[in-house]
Design a protein around this ligand. Structure first.
Ligand code: ADP
Ligand code: MG
Length: 728
């Protein structure tokens, strides 16, 4: 058997990476493969165009006759672009995207062929998707799932397929995907935020949530990665001795991007631009071979779709460049993990960022309103928000010794903390003219219009205000942003609805002026949400102690973090906001727990296989070499060989100890897995995998990594950390 590792090591440096930055203007390529407004104007009737626009703006329904017209136009455009197939593109609960391609081509009755695609095919499809996880929804209701067109996210052409973004729901209406709940949450947000924004500007008709993600990832040489079953099957290294040089020198961060990577990035960006994904920044990250890509922010639903599409595109282009792209949150132990910061804000149809301080006291009061309500929402629902970023792979970041911690807290900086402190002192009820003037001039009026450069730069807080948006940093690099975005928007929408109720009551019943009422309610929110504000860096036990005193939740692993999804409060909240009903919440929780179990189960299996079929054999081979050598020395030196072979004997002993320890623990792990598999309740099973199976991974690893340090390099089967991380 040829050693894959050595073949890969021979091949890696010879890969072509001629990189020529083509002088094509990005703006000319932008959205070329997207059925955007420009194409709609060209290919749709006026009636169809108006209908689609109002579906996007108001969420109005598109009737069948119009759908036929839209389909006709879409087909004409797609065929003119050389597309041969179409697919409904959806987001099953597994977190990735799914599609089922159909050809436009069809045979009509007299044996002639034509390209067919009508309103029926556009609006609804019934994919044979019974193998996607549904948390029992479809069994319970004996209903199949169908996909339905989401006109608010434009269709696009990927390779030769017209992709139509859709939701995926059961016939009984329950969401089987991540997009349907997100759309409902965004709708709830629109309604609640518009109501509040109208206190400040009567002309506001719509508020949309905006999202700008920052995607972190690793690139490793594809062939080298393929020498490792763990990377191929689980996306992370289950074993691997740390490289002599890690990220200590910090020489990678913002350093020169290696040419082969640059060539990958350049190809990737071109493809993104064609697909309408507005990518903008690219740079090296902290760890070796780690990079980041960020777009210009967009409306949240579109932004989520774009991130999912991006991950697909990245895998394909990485492959073309001889790379494997790693989205896993912690591919390498002892090296920085990857995240996907979610920058989030609210924007009116009049073009105002509601989380951006303005130039007048009134605009700043509007800013403070949305700012304080967000803080209050996160404070009330911190545990729920934490649950939205729970996954087996993200557990390696949250709760492990890496930023951000598993405890949610908000960082707002000194300047805004001072403003909130001042507002706490506002009088109850009516305000005197002097107090109003004082507030306008010296408190609200003192918030600088551009906070961006003034905010302290905290890099580790899980939820930080960064001048004109909040940045949610716990989101995992592999995750579908729809999950955290659904929960964040739901809780803030709920909070804004509550706020409006309270303000209106003060105006109607206590005869307060609008601004007085707003100040009064904000004052109480500031007082009651203090515990969530934390300006420190969140490392260490001190903050954990403090958080406990503040009664903040600290769920360190996924099975624990997901429990809150089905608490009475959560069920009531989601029902009130019409985002998910109880059946859906239970189903989503079950699917997430199932995914957790599967994840750990696969890791356990791969680890067992690697131990028995790769690691132990390599160690035994080396053991034999040593034994041969010692025996030969014995022949020559007789009894004196013990002195001569002292080093060999010592290594031999160490190897023997590791071998038996690894074998023992691997067998115990397999037994623990069997016991866990016998449990039927999914939450018990998940807990068993977390508490009884997973701990073996680290202890087995500590011995295999020591073996890696002892065994002759040419016998070691897996690409080593230094090779994976420093091969350019
Ligand atoms: P940093 O690394 O300092 O956080 P980046 O420039 O990498 O900064 O990322 C900033 C991200 O914030 C980008 O994705 C950008 O699109 C996003 N962003 C900026 N303004 C908004 C906004 N109003 N709403 C949502 N996202 C925003
Ligand atoms: Mg950031």
């Amino acid at each position: 058997m040829p050693n894959l590792r050595f073949e890969a090591l021979r091949n890696a440096p010879q890969r072509q990476h001629t990189h020529i930055e083509e002088p094509i203007k990005r703006s000319e390529l932008f959205g070329k493969q997207v059925f955007n407004e420009e194409k709609m104007l060209q290919f749709l009737t006026k009636e169809a165009f108006d209908n689609v626009k109002s579906a996007i703006f108001q969420g109005s329904k598109i009737d069948r006759k119009i759908a036929d017209q839209v389909a006709e136009g879409m087909k004409a455009w797609a065929l003119s672009m050389g597309a041969t197939h179409y697919t409904h593109w959806f987001q099953p609960l597994t977190g990735a995207t799914a599609e089922k391609h159909d050809a436009f081509f069809d045979i009509i009755s007299d044996g002639r062929a034509m390209e067919k695609f009508g309103g029926a095919q556009l609006v609804q499809q019934e994919p044979d998707a019974s193998s996607f996880p549904s948390g029992g929804i479809r069994n319970t209701f004996e209903a199949r799932g169908y996909t339905a067109w989401d006109p608010s996210s434009p269709a696009f052409i990927y390779k030769t397929t017209l992709c139509i973004p859709t939701i995926f729901v059961a016939y009984t209406g329950e969401a089987l995907d991540n997009k349907a709940p997100l759309l409902r949450a965004l709708h709830a947000m629109d309604q609640a935020a518009t109501g509040v924004a109208q206190y400040f500007d009567k002309t506001v008709r719509k508020v949309q949530a905006t999202l700008g993600w920052e995607q972190e990832y690793f690139l490793v040489d594809r062939e080298l990665a393929q020498s490792r079953p763990d990377l191929v099957m689980t996306g992370r290294t289950l074993v691997g001795n740390a490289a002599a040089k890690g990220q200590q020198l910090d020489d990678h961060y913002f350093g020169v991007i290696p040419p082969r990577v640059l060539s990958f990035m350049s190809d990737l960006e071109k493809q993104c631009i064609r697909l309408g994904i507005p990518v903008k920044t690219r740079h090296n990250e902290v760890a070796p071979n780690q990079f980041e890509l960020a777009p210009v922010f967009e409306e949240a639903n579109l932004s989520v779709d774009h991130n999912l599409l991006l991950m697909d595109v990245m895998e394909e282009i990485a492959d073309r460049h001889g790379f494997m792209v790693l989205f896993h949150e912690k591919p390498f132990a002892g090296i920085n993990g990857s995240g996907k910061h979610n920058n989030w804000s609210l924007e009116t149809d009049t073009g105002v960022n509601l989380l951006s301080p303005g130039s007048t006291p009134m605009k700043n009061l509007q800013f403070l309103t949305f700012f304080v309500n967000t803080i209050k929402a996160v404070d009330t629902h911190e545990e729920l928000l934490r649950s939205s970023i729970a996954s087996a792979s993200n557990d390696h970041r949250l709760g492990a010794n890496e930023a951000p911690p598993s405890i949610l807290s908000i960082f707002i900086g000194k300047q805004l903390s001072n403003v909130l402190d001042e507002l706490e002192g506002v009088s109850k009820g009516k305000l005197s003219p002097e107090e109003k003037t004082e507030l306008k001039l010296n408190v609200v009026g003192k918030i600088p219009e551009i906070l961006l450069d003034n905010t302290d730069r905290n890099r580790t807080s899980p939820f930080a205000f960064t001048g004109n948006k909040f940045e949610m940093r716990g989101v995992g690099s592999k995750m579908n942003c729809a999950k955290p975005m659904t929960i964040l928007n739901t809780i803030v929408a709920k909070q804004l609805r509550q706020f409006k109720k309270e303000v209106d009551a003060l105006i109607d019943k206590k005869n307060l002026k609008k601004d007085e009422a707003i100040f009064n309610v904000l004052r109480e929110y500031i007082k009651t949400s203090k515990r969530i504000r934390f300006e420190g860096d969140g490392y260490g036990t001190e903050w954990q102690e403090e958080a406990r005193r503040r009664k903040l939740s600290n769920n360190k692993n996924t099975p624990e973090a997901l429990q809150v999804l089905t608490s009475n409060e959560t069920i009531a909240l989601f029902k009130e906001m019409e985002v998910m009903n109880e059946v859906e919440l239970r189903a989503h929780q079950e699917v997430e727990l199932g995914a957790y179990v599967m994840h750990i189960q696969i890791e356990g299996r791969i680890l067992g296989e690697m131990v028995y079929t790769h690691i132990l054999p390599a160690a035994i081979r080396y053991q034999n070499l040593l034994l041969q050598n010692i025996n030969s020395l014995k022949e020559v030196y007789g009894a004196a060989h013990k002195k001569v072979a002292e080093g060999q004997l010592n290594i031999l002993e160490q190897i023997g100890e590791h071998i038996s320890e690894i074998k023992k623990q691997t067998d115990e792990m397999i037994e623990a897995r069997k016991r866990a598999n016998n449990l039927t309740a999914i939450n018990k099973k998940a807990k068993a995998y977390c508490d009884n199976v997973k701990p073996y991974f680290d202890s087995i690893r500590s011995h295999t990594d020591k073996l890696e340090r002892l065994v002759a390099d040419d016998l070691w089967p897996f690409a080593k950390y230094r090779e994976l991380l420093f091969a350019k």
